[in-house]
Write a protein that binds this ligand. Sequence first.
Ligand code: SAH
Ligand code: SF4
Length: 359
Amino acid sequence: MMPSIEATKIDLRDMTLPELESWVLSAGLECFRAGQIFRWLWRGDVTSLDQMTNLGKELREKLSELSYISHLHPKEIERSQDGTQKFLFALSDGNYIESVLIPEKGHYTLCLSSQAGCAMGCRFCLTGKGGFKRNLKTSEIVNQVLAVQRTLLPGEKLTNLVFMGMGEPLANYENVLKSLRILLAEEGCGFSSRRVTVSTCGLVPQMDRLGKDITVNLAVSLHAPDNETRSFLMPINRTYPLEVLIEACRHFPLPQRRMITFEYLLIDGVNDAPEQARALAKLLRDVRAKINLIPFNAYPGSEFKPPPPERVLAFQQILIKNHYTTMIRQSKGADISAACGQLHAHAVYGAERLRSTGQ
Ligand code: SAH
Ligand code: SF4
């Protein structure tokens, strides 16, 4: 059997600019070639080395002996009635991931996956229930952005990225950090750091590292104001309980006027009582915090349900009275299972569905 291209050649889309520079030098080429290649890869979105027209033929031939350019093609795009689109990607090893494109006023936000599956086992989350498959490579993270961008019409702008798809981004720290470096690089994808958000269930050591390594927005999935409820919902709370997590949030380096977003899933009868809202207000007292309330998105077989709307509003009112900016986030795309916590399906069902359509 022929060895796969991945085993014999290096993927140019897996490297940050400094890494590409070292690689170019080690291949005996001039350093400035790295910048040219990097721009073609990310600004020019080329799919083959032949398209890098300012590199001579000989150079392109040498590069193609040593390297290749990976890409992702959506296997399937589902459209929700509210305009949200869910992209299904098959990875080269047969795993599946999903990305969700959300239309906003005048721009799009893309929700990216960082892992196939997730190992964190949160009780309410369908991705978690499916278990962990593997970390995504840097290229697989950034290629989601390029693949979706290619489907946009002229004038449509993808400006915001959130790492809120499948997986726990900080559990795939190295590759997520590299993907952020490419996404934010001026010569790379050129996203503004103000418009890129990493969401975590609360991996404290990696939160500390992230704050030192790069400037992006941080969202923390909190979901409960006390350790007992949080440990019931999120096993990670037994390793990094609330006092440790909140202390990490307190000293997370934030640029001026920026805040940490706290995601608070509202589940009927579990964490939606007025006294829990008051406890939350107290817990976040000296953190630069804004709060997003997300009514639980049910899925077939889920053990929880969302609270009635008046209970959601009452919870919000208490937080607002305590001077927190508090938004209620109705997840979009629920009709195509694209809403928060509903991404999973194709790891389980997708393979069969794709086989049955002969793809
Ligand atoms: N692993 C990261 C990012 C992916 S999950 C994290 O946990 O933060 C993105 C968000 O969706 C998280 O806030 C998560 O708690 C939330 N979520 C998971 N299941 C959900 C569900 N069924 N309904 C609503 N939100 C859910
Ligand atoms: Fe993983 Fe986030 Fe789901 Fe928890 S909520 S299982 S961390 S994807």
